[in-house]
Design a protein around this ligand. Structure first.
Ligand code: PGA
Length: 261
């Protein structure tokens, strides 16, 4: 496997005020300082905290992401945030297509595709979220749904742009308070499928695309997901918002790094 790093990140969603975010940040910067391995750590705070948090992350060890972005550089789009605004702050990655954006704000794969191109145009890393819902899983069409999401979200993306793409598989039925954690074997099966869809689209270049898993990852189950070679990292919500459980997960990954590669 060509990927020698493990990506671990958290989307704060609509939690943490600026002061809460700053104290969270201070804690994670402290305990990650002693890490010996290439863990690609990223945090995705709400927009209102990005500028200040970027100042605090001056050494660049922790990547900073935004939870969304409009595809136009400027214009009459009330309430939206443009690539230029994020560029000036120095954002590294742009989370696109989280299921809550799709579910509550009607985002679809075509919108996400436009945002992916805008992100690439401005040298951000698009972190593209895909995942089936419970009904699609029950009808056993998860593989088809995921292939469709990937093909539309990546439509027109060239092989040369692939090194900037990160994919997160986040089954909707596994996310959040009401979610049911996915079996590690199911996640393995899906990640192998995602890799093969990408290989069909891009050939061997697809082997370098980090594939992250997210959905009710916690201190008890995180290591089981990392066992598959096509799971190159984790995208964690609730269990990472609490610095204690996040520290437990990250320290374990650093200590057992090579076994998870
Ligand atoms: P969760 O959230 O870990 O709290 O289930 C995951 C996500 O929405 O990315």
């Amino acid at each position: 496997m060509a990927i020698e790093q493990i990506w671990i990140g958290t989307n704060w969603k609509m939690t943490k005020t600026l002061s809460e975010g700053l104290s969270y940040n201070k804690k994670i910067q402290e305990f990650t300082q002693s890490f010996k391995n290439p863990i690609k750590l990223f945090i995705i705070p709400p927009f209102t905290s990005l500028y200040k948090i970027k100042e605090e992350l001056s050494n660049g060890d922790i990547l900073l992401g935004s939870q969304n972005m409009h595809w136009e550089d400027r214009g009459a789009y009330t309430g939206e945030i443009s690539p230029l605004m994020l560029k000036e702050i120095g954002i590294d990655l742009i989370e696109l297509g989280h299921s809550e954006r799709r579910q509550y704000f009607n985002e679809n794969d075509q919108d996400i595709n436009k945002k992916v191109h805008a992100a690439l145009r401005h040298q951000f890393r698009p972190l593209i979220c895909v995942g089936e819902n419970k009904e699609q899983k029950d009808y056993r069409i998860s593989l088809e749904i995921l292939a469709q999401q990937l093909k539309i979200c990546l439509y027109g993306v060239k092989k040369t742009q692939l090194p900037n793409i990160v994919i997160a598989y986040e089954p909707i039925w596994a996310i959040g308070e009401k979610g049911t954690p996915a079996e590690a074997s199911y996640v393995s099966h899906i990640h192998d499928h995602i890799r093969s869809v990408l290989e069909n689209m891009y050939g061997t270049s697809a082997l370098n695309v980090p594939l992250l898993y997210g959905g009710s990852v916690n201190t008890r189950n995180f290591s089981s997901y990392l066992e598959n070679k096509n799971v190159n990292g984790l995208f964690i919500g609730r269990a990472a918002w609490d610095t204690k459980s996040f520290e437990e997960i990250l320290k374990n990954i650093d200590a057992n790094f090579t076994s998870y590669l």
